[in-house]
Design a protein around this ligand. Sequence first.
Ligand SMILES: [Fe+2]
Ligand SMILES: [Fe+2]
Length: 479
Amino acid sequence: MTSAIAPAPPTGAPNPTATAVALGAAVDPSAALRTSEVVAALSTALDLTEGMPEGHALRTCLIGMRVAAEIDLPTTTLSSLFYALLLKDLGCSSNASKMAQLFQADDRAAKALHKRMRWTNLADAFRFVVRATRSGEVSLARIRRIAEVALGRHGGTQELMALRCERGASIALDLGFADATADAIRTLDEHWDGRGQPAGLHGEGIPLLGRILQLAQTTEVFASAYGPAAARRVARRRRGTWFDPQLVDAFLKAQRRPDFWPALAGERVRERVAALEPEDRVRRSDEAQLDRVAEAFAGVIDAKSPWTYRHSTEVARYTVGIAEELGIDAAGQRRLRRAALLHDLGKLGVSSAILDKPGRLTDEELVEVRRHPDHTLRILERVGPFRDLAEVAAMHHERVDGGGYHRGVGGAELPLEARILAVADQFEALSAERPYRERLDRARVIAILERDLGTGIDPVVFAALRRYLDREGRATAVA
Ligand SMILES: [Fe+2]
Ligand SMILES: [Fe+2]
């Protein structure tokens, strides 16, 4: 936490050497961490993107693993299933912008409805569209057009689902998970009767783990929204259409056990999930693997909006460049890089309709956008190895004069790390194209930032950025 970091002077002239020592000391050297702890904690970020109540992925994991126990799934497969259940929504952000665009609505609300409605049925597709679209702004012609898309004509939602499934599966593979985990994520929205998406696979042509994911996620959505009876009802009603009949029978049997529903409630869901990882197949994360997790989630964050394509990875690059110039040691740089990769994690909880809006934001929209550092803080605080960088990551919109957000922290309370992130973040944001303005050239970006020296941004950090940019420019010229 920030207590391990030397406080910076009020107007922004910290001592880089002193801070570098403290940063290095703050890194947790433990390499024996369970991957499931990190993944389970970060799954709440995926819930946010999907418009799901917090803990959706965790509860889906509990349900899916109980179904698997009823059908005696072998241990090796159980391990693949466990991670597929937790990471099923890894591709969620990749179609968020398009969902918001298509339905002219909050993508999170549209996605939440999409999980409940039988959108392959005409009447339900219409209901879905009407409910997902902001009331009072819908013409009949538009409803018809959108409903056609919802029904799969013009390749509409099929394309959206393909994007989501493929992206999710590919991130899982990048993270080193088994092919079976990736296959399950890829086939999450396929239905037993062949009317699912994106491939329209049928019956046992859908991998077993994908069928378990589909049943577990849907029953969780209904249980959370309407209670256990609704979950049982949807399982029975969609037996043989959406769901594998044998799996429905296993679910109905499992949920009769007295500890089934109580396990899904309360504060200790994460601990119960951790206990379900097959003991002989426990995955552990070393520092390199934690870097990969941060990189993967940066990709998830950046995919949320076409305007932030590569934002987090670029901010991480500038952050490390500044840190090098300030003499921060390798451990401190690694910690800062992770904070930079994850600083906008909370944007997964902001509607893409707002993030992609071309015009001026309303006051309410501005409030929602300005909540994202707080979401970042709340998520990262729960991720053991990233907990000590949660505060810093969440301070990237703070200003030296205390006029930033989300807390209005400035002066000596604003640590060097946060000042570095703020400069890297602003430099990248100004350098990139935005829905409301063109890309700015480098001289203009520098001029804008210079106006904010000592009030918005730290002059020492800004000077370090300029040195880094010069160094980068020289390297590019030589190459
Ligand atoms: Fe941000
Ligand atoms: Fe940012």
